[in-house]
Write a protein that binds this ligand. Structure first.
Ligand SMILES: Nc1ncnc2c1ncn2[C@@H]1O[C@H](COP(=O)(O)OP(=O)(O)OP(=O)(O)O)[C@@H](O)[C@H]1O
Ligand SMILES: [Mg+2]
Length: 408
């Protein structure tokens, strides 16, 4: 189908790790992961670059490892971005149908999309994504393509994701400084949802929550449409901080306790259990109450889920989510996190699994890689689209508005 197999690379600059995932589109058009590289992330806080030169070194390391594994040279990447400054909102554009016979034409569609895109954002903001949701004709909603329909008024709903221009430029500069081209910049929370959800799940209504070290991003779909995106600049690092403070242990020890003994719930049977911490010489140093440890974690995780649930409830989105909640990111590994999320959302909760992607199990099975894999999937859509836009293929403006978040 393709003359050459395009290599697509997703680069995710996370708070705890930087990872690069290399994908290929196979002859049959499916996506295959052929390489992955990662590095500890030393210059990122709450998802944002705070030390560009160290981040540059860490990116170089991750890219080098991915190149080696995929046996290829990486020249360009799809870059994931995140941070507390990123926001998502919905906007509606409308347009009176011009023709005498009231038949909606491609020109009407172009005009209504143009009107919806005319958004007044402060100059320091940059739009990352404009995603078409659906059209309305004389108030009738859920229309995928209104061309050829009769009506007096056509409207379109779009989802807009934007962020602070300068804060978005920092990771872009860090990547360009390594002589890597950037194919596109994608909000990491959207990327994770692309890696995990299939069409049925988008149709039935799903929430994807990517809980990393410094941020928690979420994306909501229903009726096959992206409905909402958001981010909270709180993640696993905050759990470790809480433990360090609450248990009076150094941060490194708190992180280790979280991973080895953590849980999102306080199970009744652990009441009274203690852990003995020893020093480097094996001498008992401190006793930790396991119930206390888990209660600290449970409270913080509950708070994060409550914040998301309240926001989605206020936006009246929870009733449309029938499939459930999919958790990913490193914190999805915390024992009992599904049960806790279920108590908050009152929806089925599972750990997200990548769908319709083959290749390296070592990448596909790790929740930490969801965003980078989603970036590769985003890139595969863009690549297919570019190939189709070559002379000989017909394309329209409505097609160029990114449709991939609707249905894959
Ligand atoms: N088994 C585990 N139990 C508890 N926490 C875990 C476990 N495994 C990983 N984590 C936590 O997951 C977090 C790392 O997740 P991830 O790699 O998704 O973050 P990131 O992408 O680097 O950060 P962000 O997306 O917030 O910028 C860390 O806080 C880590 O402690
Ligand atoms: Mg992440």
């Amino acid at each position: 189908m393709f003359e050459t197999t395009p290599i697509i690379v997703g680069l995710d600059i996370g708070t705890s790790k930087i990872c690069a995932v290399v994908g290929e589109i196979s002859d049959s058009g499916s996506l295959n992961i052929v390489g992955v590289g990662q590095s500890k992330s030393r210059g990122v806080r709450k998802g944002e670059v705070v030390d560009a030169s160290i981040v540059g070194e860490d990116i170089r390391h991750a890219i080098g490892e991915a190149e080696q594994m995929a046996d290829t040279e990486i020249r360009s990447v799809y870059l994931g971005v995140t941070g507390g400054h990123i926001r998502g909102f919905n906007n509606r554009g409308f347009h009176p149908v011009a023709s005498q016979d009231r038949e909606i034409t491609e020109d009407d569609v172009q005009d209504v999309i143009k009107n919806a895109r005319a958004i007044n954002l402060p100059t320091e903001n940059k739009v990352l994504h404009i995603i078409r949701q659906h059209f309305l004709v004389d108030g009738q909603d859920g229309i995928v393509n209104p061309v050829g329909m009769l009506g007096t008024r056509v409207e379109v709903d779009i989802h807009v994701v934007h962020g602070n221009f300068n804060r978005l430029q920092t990771p872009i500069h860090a990547v360009k400084g390594l002589q890597l081209e950037i194919e596109d910049v994608v909000f990491s929370g959207l990327a994770s949802s692309l890696a995990l959800l299939n069409n049925h799940q988008k149709e039935m209504g799903s929430i994807v929550i990517d809980m990393g070290a410094g941020t928690t991003e979420y994306a909501v779909y229903s009726n096959g449409i992206i409905k909402h995106t958001g981010i909270i600049a709180v993640g696993g690092d905050h759990l470790s901080n809480d433990l360090a403070y609450g248990l009076k242990v150094p941060l490194g020890r708190a992180e280790q306790l979280k991973i080895e003994h953590g849980s999102a719930l306080v199970e009744p049977e652990i009441r009274g259990h203690t852990l003995t911490l020893t020093n480097d010489h094996g001498i008992a140093e401190k006793t930790i109450n396991l119930e206390h440890l888990r209660r600290i974690m449970s409270l913080r995780l509950d708070e994060i889920f409550q914040l998301i649930a309240n926001e989605l409830d206020q936006a009246d989105l929870l009733n449309d989510v029938r499939e459930g909640v999919f958790l990913t990111g490193g914190c999805a590994r915390i024992p009992n996190i599904q049960k806790l999320a279920n108590q908050v959302f009152h929806l089925p909760v599972s750990i997200g699994k990548t769908n319709s992607i083959s290749g390296l199990k070592s990448a596909l099975d790790q929740p930490e890689f969801a965003a980078a894999i989603g970036l590769v999937r985003f890139g595969s859509f863009e690549t297919r689209k570019r190939l189709q836009e070559k002379p000989g293929f017909q394309s329209t403006l409505t097609q160029t508005i990114k449709q991939i978040f609707r249905r894959s």
